[in-house]
Write a protein that binds this ligand. Structure first.
Ligand SMILES: O=C(O)[C@@H](O)C(=O)CO
Ligand SMILES: [Mg+2]
Length: 259
């Protein structure tokens, strides 16, 4: 049975960000993730988590300036100081939010982003995160939505994990991105399960609800997670077609309901 989390950057966006925590809990979620918390005081977010009885399971290290086209800075040469500062801020938020995982984004090749720079930055960040009890996550993102993104394949993520020289860098398995870029979802999970520490789901195409109207066989994926004893979180990271609560039917078997 998957342990379901809600991505609050995408779900419950009928509400202001800080009100999404209570909305998710009301529907039965016990855990949440989001992309970036930095526009909000960490203590305010911690209060919303505690007030709702929710666990924070993942968020992202700051990615640079989205409006100027940044999609992470971990692999961008010349921005190492900014990267280190972003890691320190993220670890500070993670401490307050009691969050055990941080996704580190790479950046785009048009900005010179490259795997060697990313590996060196990860080698610096991973021991620091480990000391703080936080795992660093690498998520391959598909080239349709993120053209030029440097960490675009499982093979690249595996190379980075090895090159980081640390046992504190893991794979974030986003079924949506993997289906968009390569397919072979079940075999990929089977092959790399020991280093997969977080799963995200959405339908393909459209990145909407992970239900039976789209092309991924989620029942088979969930069955595999059970078979292999995956004990991490599975987060709904999708764009609801309409109201979030109207599209929660896919999660009903696990106690999530419209409320
Ligand atoms: O899949 C995604 O888009 C996210 O998990 C992410 O961190 C990058 O936007
Ligand atoms: Mg994702």
């Amino acid at each position: 049975m998957p342990r379901l989390a809600a991505n609050l950057s995408m779900l419950f966006n009928e509400h202001d960000f800080l009100d999404r925590f209570a909305a998710a809990r009301k529907c039965g979620f016990e855990a949440v993730e989001f992309l970036f918390p930095y526009a909000f005081p960490k203590k305010e977010i911690a209060a919303r988590l505690a007030g709702s009885g929710l666990q924070q399971v993942l968020f992202n290290v700051a990615q640079g300036d989205w409006d100027k086209g940044d999609r992470g800075i971990g692999a961008v040469p010349g921005r190492e100081a900014e990267f280190r500062e972003a890691i320190e801020i993220a670890l500070d938020y993670a401490d307050t939010l009691d969050c055990p995982r941080l996704h580190v984004m790479a950046g785009l090749s048009k900005d010179g982003a490259n795997v060697e720079t990313f590996a060196a930055n990860l080698a610096w960040a991973a021991p620091l995160a480990k000391q703080a009890g936080v795992q660093l996550m690498l998520e391959p993102l598909n080239a349709v939505d993120f053209p030029g993104y440097v960490n675009a394949s499982v093979e690249t993520a595996l190379w980075l994990i090895a090159k980081s020289g640390s046992d504190n860098v893991f794979l974030q398995y986003d079924a949506y991105h993997l289906q968009m870029s390569q397919g072979r979802l079940l075999q990929t999970f089977r092959d790399h399960q020991p280093i997969i520490r977080h799963v995200q789901i959405a339908g393909v195409p459209g990145r909407n609800e992970p239900d039976s109207s789209q092309e991924i066989n989620f029942p088979a994926l969930f069955a595999l997670l059970d078979e292999l004893g995956y004990s991490g979180w599975v987060s709904g990271e999708y764009r609801p077609r309409g109201k979030t609560t109207d599209g929660l039917g896919w999660a009903a078997p696990w106690g999530i309901k419209a409320a």
